[in-house]
Ligand binder design. Sequence first.
Ligand code: ZN
Length: 148
Amino acid sequence: MIVYDLACDQQHKFEGWFSSQDDFDKQVSNGQLSCPTCGSTTISKQLSAPYLNTLPDQNASSKTKQKEMALAGVNLQQLHNQFIEYIAKNTEDVGPQFPDEARKIYYGESDNRSIRGEASVEVMQELKDEGIEVYALPPGPTPPDKLN
Ligand SMILES: [Zn+2]
């Protein structure tokens, strides 16, 4: 997942969440992306680098990233809520089966999809050691199941 700082041709600035650079390009070329302020579909990406992604080292550097976001004036609570909402809408809740299911997906025994669930810090580390991309949700309210 990537967050881009975007701006329309009227210089309204806003954030967009995308699964990839391709996803962003597709939404722009299809005119699916519009400015929340004026509705313009002439959207350009700002120069700042994406600051949130699912790289395995995310947790290690999350404190630094939070600092950068705070300095940039980003509303962390809002960002957090968007993140939780995104996770709730785009993942399947497998609960305590998470480690098993994550391995099955990684080794091709289960359908490739995004899942969320419960796992201890130790188990998360084991999964990472196996090369499986996992990351911990930031602390806060759990995703509302009704969004699922
Ligand atoms: Zn605008």
